[in-house]
Design a protein around this ligand. Structure first.
Ligand SMILES: CC(C)(COP(=O)(O)OP(=O)(O)OC[C@H]1O[C@@H](n2cnc3c(N)ncnc32)[C@H](O)[C@@H]1OP(=O)(O)O)[C@@H](O)C(=O)NCCC(=O)NCCS
Length: 138
């Protein structure tokens, strides 16, 4: 398995993986948003791949105030093999190299299993928040 920056050609495979994981948003996850993000910072979206194609992804948001990991997802038939953990570790190592000292993840408050997944990987519980959003166009 190899971990590398996202490229626009990965989009169709990534979209399927996000949809499988229930984490696809028409606006946030449009092809143009992913392209713009990766062009703004080529290391802000990581892809795990093997010879068969894309296995998973993780998205990094950082702006020198704080950092977040988003959109961790692994293709359904390859879960449980350490791909998700590798993507998290890779992202964390990149942030450490950039002298970042903390990273946060938002997890569905109803998904106790997923919260445990992150807790096993060293993440601590913060406050409970609900995501609100507003359309700026259309
Ligand atoms: C969460 C996810 C990325 C984990 O990827 P993965 O490659 O399967 O994870 P790993 O192989 O690194 O870790 C496997 C371990 O995590 C556990 N695990 C994986 N997903 C889990 C989940 N949703 N809830 C609880 N435990 C989970 C496995 O049971 C396994 O446990 P073990 O180490 O005790 O055997 C993957 O399950 C996925 O794509 N889920 C759908 C998308 C999603 O919910 N993403 C999180 C967004 S915040």
């Amino acid at each position: 398995m190899n971990i590398r920056p996202y490229q626009d050609k990965d989009y169709d495979e990534v979209k399927v993986i996000l949809q499988q994981g229930g984490h696809f948003d028409d606006v946030w996850d449009s092809r143009s948003h992913w392209k713009a993000k990766s062009e703004n910072d080529s290391n802000s979206i990581l892809i795990a791949e093997n010879d068969d194609g894309v296995l998973g992804c993780i998205l990094i948001i950082k702006d020198k105030w704080t950092c977040f990991l988003f959109r961790l997802a692994v293709i359904e038939d390859q879960r449980g093999k350490g791909i998700g953990s590798s993507l998290i570790s890779h992202a964390e190592e990149m942030l450490k190299k950039d002298s970042e000292d903390e990273v946060a993840i938002f997890v569905n408050e109803d998904d106790a299993g997923l919260q445990q997944y992150y807790e096993k990987r060293g993440y601590l519980r913060g406050g409970k928040y609900r995501c609100l959003y507003k359309k700026l166009k259309g």
